[in-house]
Write a protein of this length. Structure first.
Length: 192
């Protein structure tokens, strides 16, 4: 049975804040080189200016079954395609609010991610961390499914290699880019 990964079921369970991302805000990122879907390599520690990185468990393949039969029952698992599409659709808005770069991040290989980046017409790269070198170095929250360790969904705002803001948990995933835009707009508003 094939899945429609572009939409979200109404009854998706929301993930709870388990505290697994609290340590990230303020962190100076380690210099870990990640393969990007444009064929290059990216070290988030070395990027200048403001970067937004959204981490996600895994993109599904059209016409292929879920990784596990109860994928939709795992809080926070479903929604990688709608999340990526939301960042695609709001890409120019993010740039207008001072974001220099946007990247997606998962433990899938760059070759696997390249299909999704092409199919979804993403104007940014997806970064591959299949050996979890980056995820382990900064202790990103993960979960297990079908013997695989996958990233829990979160979004990082990074300024010159330092994590400025963490959005965790992210729910619903298709509103992730909007949440970042709201936060960015609040940063631009002078306090009274």
């Amino acid at each position: 049975m094939s899945q429609d990964y572009s939409s979200l079921p109404d009854d998706l369970p929301a993930p709870s804040d388990d505290g697994a991302a609290r340590h990230l805000e303020g962190m100076i990122l380690p210099d870990v080189s990640l393969a990007a879907t444009d064929g290059g390599r990216v070290s988030l520690a070395k990027l200048k200016g403001r970067t937004v990185v959204y981490a996600y468990p895994r993109t599904g393949e059209p016409g292929q079954p879920n990784l596990v039969s109860d994928w939709d029952a795992i809080p926070g698992a479903r929604g990688c395609t709608p999340q990526s599409c939301a960042f695609r659709d709001h890409h120019s808005d993010l740039i207008a609010h001072g974001v220099g770069q946007v990247h997606g991040l998962s433990t899938q290989t760059s070759a696997y991610q390249a299909e999704a980046a092409s199919r979804l017409h993403l104007p940014f790269t997806l970064l591959a961390d299949p050996n979890r070198a980056f995820a382990t170095a900064i202790r990103l929250p993960t979960f297990e499914a079908a013997g695989q360790t996958l990233l829990k969904r979160l979004t990082l705002v990074i300024d010159d290699g330092r994590v400025t803001k963490v959005f965790y948990p992210v729910f619903p995933p298709d509103r992730s880019a909007e949440a970042v835009l709201v936060w960015l707009a609040q940063q631009e508003t002078p306090s009274a």
